[in-house]
Design a binder for this molecule. Structure first.
Ligand code: NAP
Length: 476
């Protein structure tokens, strides 16, 4: 079993307090920590939400989480069905839906719930969408569609068409749900037969994974005329914000809503189940703003600058592992492209050449990164053009340290080009001299300065994550 980030090494040694988490594979891009950490912080609860990358032995991971005292877990792809074998109890709706996305700690183990269904229903209400008596067209018949079909019947939909590429999957959901609710309101269709749906205005809910990836192209049904039927179109996908399905809905006069609100409300409901609290409306709105910012705003990139030995790479990797950021190290990229170490590039081609390569790399990165931590070479901000580029790429954090601390960190041979062949006093003096020149430059370009002299990389990465979350919360 692999549990990602520092969990295997004892995540409890890093943070005090209680723990929540999420199991999935992949898990890197989960936005759930934004939801739960924001709520905990605002409610003054000492809780941390940790993404765990589970690659095998799900049962063992669940047992371990229970033994470790984890208060609650979210479960995401691909474990929502499989996890049901490892629970002491399952809520009735989750049992019928056949998928669990939330585990609540109870005596002897976890009880499973499905808050996806609740999340979508609550979100639709908040958007003024009424399911009672409504006619619905669902596209897709996967795991999420089962929860959507259940929700439609539970909240009183009059008729539900499920259109899917594979007819058998649509039929299975229709049969199961019609049986549970003792009705025949759900009608399965294979995609080629969509034209049999009577004219009228419908709530359309896009439940396939088509549109999730750039270049996915057309939605399940690409006939524009079909979208005349869409009074409201809801896509469970939230990134990109506007999928091809939502564009077609909008172009044909319908109201288009993406799945970020569903993500929000399923998370809020899970938090309430774990903690026995009611999350107030003002806080739900605040969490939504934080989610929007993380999902759609490129300024969520983090740029780490600072003198050598300030911990930029280690902190960057921790942010990547613990908070789902992508991570890049500009020195590593340059070394790979040039086929030699930075020390060799300096020795063979000179510092000016290296700085120019850095500038070209920054132009390449500008506008292309999302939710990424960029660890930079220590001298990068020295060039004025680079300073502007760094600011345009993301929030700039200067990891500051005293001369003595830097000396201790870099002494003992580090392969750093500007300190090559130096030791003892001459190394110390060189660090002092370079730091005196660079400190005002780093300070000028930085959005935030973090003094790392007295704290280790774990503390630094937590401080940065907290600062990023507070930016997100502050946005109106
Ligand atoms: P799933 O179980 O894998 O189901 C995938 C569905 O997409 C199936 O209906 C499948 O059709 C269809 N599909 C996949 N590729 C297709 C293609 N190339 N052409 C036509 N149909 C295709 O996935 P899921 O768990 O239901 O999730 C579906 C989507 O909902 C995902 O994008 C997920 O991110 C999103 N979601 C969002 C939230 C939220 O909180 N906003 C919550 C849950 C899920 P077949 O049956 O023919 O294979």
């Amino acid at each position: 079993m692999e549990i990602m980030n520092f969990a295997v090494d004892g995540y409890k040694d890093i943070d005090a307090g209680e723990y929540l988490g999420i199991f999935g594979n992949p898990i890197k891009h989960t936005m759930s920590p934004v939801i739960h950490d924001t709520i905990s912080r605002q409610l003054g609860k000492d809780m941390r939400y940790i993404p765990f990358h589970i690659t095998e032995n799900l049962g063992e991971a669940v047992d371990m989480a229970y033994r470790d005292g984890i208060v609650g877990l979210n479960i995401t792809v691909p474990y929502k069905q499989q996890v049901m074998e490892h629970l002491v109890d399952i809520d009735e709706a989750a049992r019928v839906i056949g998928a669990v996305n939330t585990l609540v700690r109870c005596e002897d183990g976890y009880k499973g719930y499905n808050t996806d269904m609740y999340g979508l229903a609550k979100f639709l209400v908040s958007e003024g969408v009424k399911l009672d008596g409504a006619r619905v067209i669902m596209l897709g018949a996967g795991g999420a569609a089962r929860a959507v079909a259940y929700m439609c019947l539970k909240y009183g939909a009059d008729r539900v068409y499920i259109v899917n590429r594979t007819f058998e999957n649509a039929k299975k959901i229709a049969d199961d749900m019609n049986k549970v609710f003792d009705c025949d309101k759900i009608i399965p269709l294979c995609v080629e037969d969509y034209y049999v749906i009577p004219n009228g205005r419908y709530i359309m809910i896009q439940c396939t994974s088509v549109g999730l990836h750039e270049g996915d192209g057309l939605p399940l049904i690409s006939d524009e005329a079909f979208y005349d039927k869409a009074e409201i179109g809801v896509d469970l996908i939230y990134n990109p914000a506007k999928t091809p399905f939502l564009k077609l809905v909008e172009e044909n006069g319908g109201k288009a809503i993406n799945g970020l609100g569903m993500l929000l409300h399923q998370g809020v409901k899970a938090y309430e189940l774990w903690n026995g609290v009611e999350v107030p409306d003002w806080l739900v709105k605040r969490v939504y703003r934080a989610l929007c910012r993380v999902a759609y705003d490129n300024t969520d990139n983090i740029v780490l600058i600072g003198y050598m030995g300030s911990g930029k790479s280690t902190v960057g990797r921790l942010l990547s592992l613990g908070y789902g950021y992508d991570f890049i190290d500009t020195d590593e990229i340059i070394e790979k492209r040039e086929g030699m170490s930075t020390t060799d590039i300096f020795a063979k081609k000179g510092e000016a050449y290296f700085r120019q390569v850095e500038t070209e790399l920054l132009y390449e990165l500008k506008g292309k990164l999302k939710n990424t931590v960029v660890a930079t070479g220590g001298g990068m901000p020295v060039k004025e053009e680079n300073r502007q580029l760094l600011k345009e790429i993301g929030r700039v954090f200067y990891l500051k340290a005293s001369y003595d601390t830097t000396y201790q960190r870099v002494a003992g041979g580090t392969g750093r080009p500007l300190l090559a062949n130096l030791e003892g006093n001459s190394l110390y003096n060189k660090i002092k001299e370079m730091t005196a020149v660079r400190t005002p430059i780093y300070t000028e370009v930085a959005d935030e300065v973090i003094d790392t002299t007295e704290i280790d990389e774990y503390e630094v990465h937590k401080l940065i994550a907290a600062t990023m979350s507070s930016y997100a919360e502050d946005v109106e």
